[in-house]
Design a protein around this ligand. Structure first.
Ligand code: NAD
Length: 255
């Protein structure tokens, strides 16, 4: 309790999956959370759930691939809650699952616009707010696929590699201003994104077993496994941590 007391956190893609779990855990730890997403109803429902528990939350409709929207929503959050201390760049899509030689330019660009440019816009426009707060924490959702690869979803793997390196560059650029920037690298976590991916592959039950087996701990992860990592990186417990890769993957990349 109270690990984030007095802080204001913005979470992109906060309505479902990892963003939703992170919003809940951050609010429980005392943060005021701005839940931003393209899904209005789901974001509003989550806010209602948190307010009913006397936690602090508000929602905004935000497509992270739109720079004007990112800038405006961050300004509105700062106005509503008085400051911004934390940005979780979580919104992401898996995109087309085709080999590279069959991908269209539009399929490639769609994934980069959300997963890479969305992170760029988030960092660019949150920096003035974090400066005003005297420092802060930016958490970028990369993936195990920002560290190693797999023979599928080429635009996705490229995007997560980019996010890993953008994190380190920004960690160095803003360290003197006490703005920490770290990436999180989840293994497979059971969220709507992974449920959709498993469904697309066909035999759902067999694919779940195969995905479990990819992780030395023997099973897929759950959203809270990542949410607690976000809470840690956002909190003052991580005050000496910047440019780091927090791998939460059940041992996937240890092989
Ligand atoms: P998800 O699809 O379950 O949820 C993503 C959320 O982002 C949704 O609420 C969606 O509406 C929102 N979103 C999508 N496009 C958006 C846009 N343009 N602007 C704003 N919001 C948008 O995904 P998830 O599994 O919770 O993944 C969250 C992040 O973690 C992603 O960046 C993903 O790449 C990364 N990640 C997930 C896993 C996993 O196994 N689930 C593993 C590694 C990395």
């Amino acid at each position: 309790m109270n690990r984030l007391k007095g802080k204001v956190a913005v979470i992109t893609g906060g309505a479902l999956g990892l963003g939703r779990a992170t919003a809940i855990r951050m609010a429980e730890e005392g943060a005021a959370v701005a839940i931003t997403d393209v899904l209005t109803k789901e974001a509003n429902d989550l806010v209602d759930e948190l307010l009913a528990r006397d936690l602090q939350a508000c929602s905004w409709v935000l497509d992270v691939s739109r720079e004007d929207e990112v800038k405006r929503v961050l300004a509105e959050v700062a106005k509503r809650f008085g400051r911004i201390d934390i940005l979780v760049n979580n919104a992401g899509v898996s995109g087309a699952n085709k080999p590279t030689d069959q991908l269209t330019e539009a399929e490639w660009d769609h994934v980069q616009a959300i997963n890479v440019k969305g992170v760029f816009f988030g960092v660019k426009h949150v920096i003035p707010h974090l400066r005003r707060a005297g420092g802060g924490s930016i958490i970028n959702l990369s993936s195990i696929y920002g560290l190693v690869s797999a023979p599928d979803v080429p635009p996705y793997h490229a995007s997560k590699g980019a996010v890993r390196m953008m994190t380190k560059t920004d960690a160095l650029l803003y360290a003197k201003e006490k703005i920490r920037v770290n990436s999180i690298h989840p293994g497979f976590i059971l969220t709507p994104m992974v449920e959709g991916f498993v469904r697309e592959l066909g035999d759902e039950a067999a694919n779940r077993v195969a995905i479990d087996a990819l992780h030395p701990l023997g099973h897929i992860g759950e959203p809270d496994d990542i949410a607690w990592g976000c809470v840690y990186l956002a909190s003052d417990e991580a005050k000496f941590v910047t440019g780091a890769e927090l791998v939460i993957d059940g041992g996937y990349t240890a092989r």
